[in-house]
Ligand binder design. Structure first.
Ligand SMILES: O=C(O)CCC(=O)C(=O)O
Length: 320
């Protein structure tokens, strides 16, 4: 029986080292140009997140998840060996690796993820309809980062399926206000040949679209686009080296094409919320997780606070 690592709210090993000085923290910060690019386009790509050792450790852990009988199988929020409806087109998609594997647990506390996430979460909520309600804290352009959930999206060589165009927040309206962020990291080099992510720049300014399809019909979203949105629909491929990440806004339209190449395309997704986001339902928010009553803050065992910029600053001031 695997131990449920969700009770542990700090790193368990030393795969990711925690900075000890303001300078060490600062090395992970996005530039003003990168944050402005995110505000304008809804994404920022090419952020280095994992070194070779970290990539290999995560790949090794991932390998055992592909065996449907692996230890910890009961801890996933969702586990789809193939989310597509065709046997020839495979999308391995699962949520909850952080509960099962030490490396996937500790990657949540990776400073090269947390600092950009903190900067971009401040930018997401600033422009959202909820920004003026004053309920969401921020500190010097950085917001406290709370964990929402992780995801694995893996396409095998030669018969990897699509991930159809969608906006993430269409799946997440059971939480609000919209102050969410997605970070996609390649565990392989991701190119147009093996099914890298594509974005529709500027679509983060669109209204929220209804859910269409996830793993079969790439173009299903076109059934719900207005003429104006169709005219703006001009996707760009996001090619990344293994270990590089791309961050995107919760309303940015994105998707990825099939993998017909001879290389796998394995992606780790970290989804975070700004501290203060609340439950919008009395129903279960994730499978196997006790309900959080509507209107109450997302927190507790399954939603740890990963990074608090104010606390980090105070700690640094004490050690200076
Ligand atoms: O891995 C992919 O191709 C899609 C991932 C995705 O939809 C997401 O990160 O929100």
């Amino acid at each position: 029986m695997a131990t449920d690592l969700s009770t542990e709210h700090q790193p368990l090993g030393d795969l990711f080292s925690w900075p000890e000085s303001p300078e060490e923290w600062q090395q992970y910060a996005l530039s003003d140009e990168q944050v402005d690019f995110f505000k304008e386009n809804g994404y920022v790509a090419g952020v280095p997140l994992l070194d070779d050792e970290q990539i290999q450790t995560l790949r090794d852990e991932l390998e055992r998840f592909f065996d449907p009988d692996h230890d910890g199988r009961d801890l996933w929020y969702e586990y789809h060996a193939n989310e597509s409806s065709s046997d020839d087109s495979v999308l391995f998609h699962s949520l909850g690796a952080w509960r099962i594997s030490k490396a996937f647990h500790d990657v949540l506390w990776n400073p090269s993820f947390l600092v950009p996430a903190s900067q971009l979460l401040a930018a997401v909520a600033d422009e959202s309809a909820f920004a003026s309600n004053g309920a969401l804290p921020q500190h010097n352009g950085k917001a406290p980062v709370r964990f929402w959930h992780d995801q694995l999206f893996c396409k095998p060589a030669q018969h990897g399926s699509v991930v159809a165009w969608h906006q993430d927040y269409s799946y997440w309206t059971r939480t609000h206000p919209m102050a969410h962020l997605t970070c996609w990291t390649g565990l392989d080099r991701a190119t147009t040949e093996n099914g890298c992510m594509h974005y529709v720049p500027g679509s983060h300014r669109w209204d929220l679209l209804p859910l269409t399809d996830l793993a079969d019909n790439m173009e299903a979203i076109h059934d719900v686009l207005s003429d104006e949105q169709e005219a703006q629909f001009d996707p760009v491929p996001i090619e990344l080296e293994a270990g590089e990440a791309t961050f995107h806004h919760p309303r940015l339209v994105h998707g990825s094409y099939e993998n017909r190449s001879d290389r796998p395309r394995r992606g780790l997704v970290l989804n975070v919320i700004r501290d203060g986001v609340q439950s919008a339902t009395d129903e279960h928010i994730l499978e196997g997780v006790p309900a959080i009553p509507e209107g109450e803050k997302m927190e507790g065992q399954f939603f740890p606070l990963l990074f608090d910029p104010q606390e980090a600053e105070q700690r640094e001031a004490q050690t200076a």
